[in-house]
Design a binder for this molecule. Structure first.
Ligand code: ADP
Ligand code: SF4
Ligand code: MG
Length: 330
């Protein structure tokens, strides 16, 4: 297999608070290949956004990367000096957040923001950069881009604004795009369009995409692989079809039950009883054990490490050799 665009190795992120050190990310590892979409799912507070921020070096104090490595196309970036990291972020990693106004300056026309970004990263003249900006707006589906380019961000609808942000993220032709809940703030009718757009762009440009969402439906439609996060760890990761159709981890099984199905008439989503623990009260052993219908003694004392099971990597004692042997003997 060729070198991954993004490789995260045993990443740890901590927040130092008055009540002690909170481990928000506690040893996660994953890769994203060129042109691949990795979906990252999990309940609110699972550590999805912190993971994205850590990859781009945007963890602010009292937070800090407490261990592990972030490698972008073979180059370690988590230990770069801030100035160099800022350049990597601008050029090689694009970011798309829930609120498009995080990325756009309301005081400047879209043309100014796109042209400036393009010129920072290329040696195009301003007229060539403007032409490129119009092409990008056309590519992300802005109608009449040669006219609309001179509008201000507030003159666009939410969905169109998010398209502008995507165009902005593409200006530098990044290797990796991190999209953190990019459609959550949008009308349901435009969510699918934006997701389809992201997926197509990733494919056309060969960009690796980390797509953070709490919407399993979005993941099932878009992602090539999916990582299911729980309490700062990856519970299960694997090809999206395998994980959605045949989840192994009990938490993933619960989440997948939560995908609304078009074939079966349901009027409510399956909920997993209980809620995710706060960082200050993560249970020992498997963090999911108080909510897990399959928990046994070992789950309350020993933390499960990820194990490869066919195409899945799953962190659950049920799939450990010793458990399986014990069951075979019983
Ligand atoms: N600045 C901060 N200080 C303390 N804790 C934080 C901070 N930012 C995030 N956290 C904690 O880190 C955990 C993961 O948060 P986050 O990555 O935002 O979750 P989500 O999966 O919903 O995106 C949460 O428990 C959150 O409370
Ligand atoms: S390790 Fe135990 S508690 Fe955790 S998910 Fe597996 S069976 Fe459930
Ligand atoms: Mg988040």
């Amino acid at each position: 297999m060729s070198q991954p665009v993004l490789s995260v190795r045993d990443l740890h992120v901590e927040f130092v608070t008055r009540r002690g050190v909170l481990k928000a990310i506690d040893g996660i590892s994953f890769d994203i290949a060129k042109g691949e979409v990795l979906g990252v799912v999990g309940e609110s507070g699972a550590g999805k956004s912190v993971t994205g921020s850590a990859v781009v070096g945007l963890i602010d104090p009292p937070g800090r990367i407490a261990g592990g490595e972030v490698i972008l196309s073979g180059m370690r970036i988590d230990n770069l000096p801030p100035e160099e990291l800022r350049r990597v972020r601008g050029k090689r990693i694009g970011m798309i957040f829930q609120d498009p106004l995080t990325s756009l300056n309301p005081l400047y026309r879209v043309s100014e923001q796109l042209v400036e970004t393009i010129r920072t990263h290329t040696n195009l003249s301003s007229s060539a950069a403007r032409k490129r900006a119009i092409d990008l707006l056309a590519e992300v589906g802005i109608p009449a881009p040669d006219r609309r380019i001179d509008s201000y961000p507030h003159e666009f609808s939410g969905g169109m604004r998010q398209r502008v942000v995507i165009a902005l993220a593409l200006c530098a032709e990044p290797e990796l795009i991190i999209a953190d809940e990019p459609t959550t703030a949008l009308d349901v009718s435009v969510q699918a369009q934006i997701i389809t757009l992201l997926k197509r762009l990733g494919r056309d440009h060969g960009t690796a995409i980390m797509l953070v969402t709490h919407d399993m439906g979005v993941i099932a439609e878009t992602a090539d692989r999916v990582a299911v996060m729980y309490a700062g760890r990856i519970a299960e990761i694997g090809p999206v079809r395998d994980v959605v159709q045949n989840p192994l981890h009990p938490y993933a099984k619960g989440l997948m039950g939560a995908i609304p199905s078009l074939e079966v008439e349901t009027d409510r989503l399956v909920q997993i009883p209980g809620s995710m623990p706060r960082l200050s009260a993560i249970p020992t052993g498997c963090a999911f054990n108080p909510r897990c219908p399959f928990a046994f003694d070992r789950c309350r004392v020993e933390r499960p490490e990820p194990i490869q099971r066919d195409l899945h990597r799953v962190a659950c004692h049920l799939y450990d050799e010793t458990t399986i042997r014990a069951e075979a003997l019983a």
